[in-house]
Write a protein that binds this ligand. Structure first.
Ligand code: R5P
Length: 225
């Protein structure tokens, strides 16, 4: 599995050219992309500026000597590369398994180009087997939890190592929705977008045009919409 993640991370790094502002995703797959960029910065004098999508990725990039800027200090983001938790046949996805969905969606939204890198276990016919993360403001989140429960969304609070409600990099909580199968991702995204107290959700519909996927049998493939 790690070998497949490494292969797609290295492949995605070939899309990065000198002078680019690059968005660095979060998670175990994106970490291989960041590692390869770090190698190219150190060994090939690749000249890039990066913006990151989480404190974890910031720490990794800093450690590797990748020049970082705040998202509001760059004129534009040329390319962002990130992992995903599930991807359906239309390249809609669920993200946020690592609780970074809010920063990830902001960075993706302001990127000219956006690529997901995954092993083939993430490719699914329908989204929803992976619990859908919803980032919520702490104030009133118990009421919101109850609303999701009444709607049949089978909510659970994401907990940290101390069994407390997890606090994201943006100071919010995460409620995971155990939906099993999302029949209409666009309709669900609209409902969540319109729900007071929801900051962002992990449905990334129609955002990505390119997915790099690796499997044991077929190697690395680039899928474009
Ligand atoms: O919040 C985390 C991100 O959305 C990750 O990109 C996603 O969870 C995939 O992570 P991994 O590559 O570790 O499976």
């Amino acid at each position: 599995m790690n070998n497949l993640k490494k292969q797609v991370g290295i492949k995605a790094a070939t899309f990065v050219k000198d002078g680019m502002v690059v968005g660095l995703g979060t998670g175990s797959t994106a970490a291989f992309f960041v590692a390869e960029l770090g190698r190219r910065v150190a060994e090939e004098q690749l000249k890039i500026t990066a913006v990151t999508t989480s404190s974890v990725t910031s720490a990794q990039a800093h450690e590797l000597g990748i020049p970082l800027k705040d998202i509001d200090e760059v004129p534009a983001i040329d390319l962002t590369v990130d992992g995903s938790d599930e991807i359906d046949l239309e390249l809609n996805g669920i993200k946020g398994g690592g609780a970074a969905l809010l920063m990830e969606k902001i960075v993706a939204t302001y990127s000219k180009d956006y690529i997901w890198i995954v092993d083939d276990s993430k490719m699914v016919e329908h989204l929803g087997a992976f619990p859908l993360p919803v980032e919520v403001v702490p104030f009133g989140c118990g009421q919101l939890f109850h609303l999701f429960d009444v709607l049949g969304f089978k909510p659970t609070f994401r907990l940290d190592d101390n069994e407390e409600n997890l606090i994201t990099d943006m100071g919010n909580h995460i409620i995971d929705l155990h939906l099993d199968k999302i029949e209409d991702p666009a309709a669900l995204a609209k409902l969540l977008d319109e729900t007071v107290g929801v900051v962002e959700h992990g449905l990334f519909n129609d955002m990505v045009k390119t997915v790099i996927v690796a499997s044991e049998t077929e190697g690395v493939k680039v899928i474009s919409k």
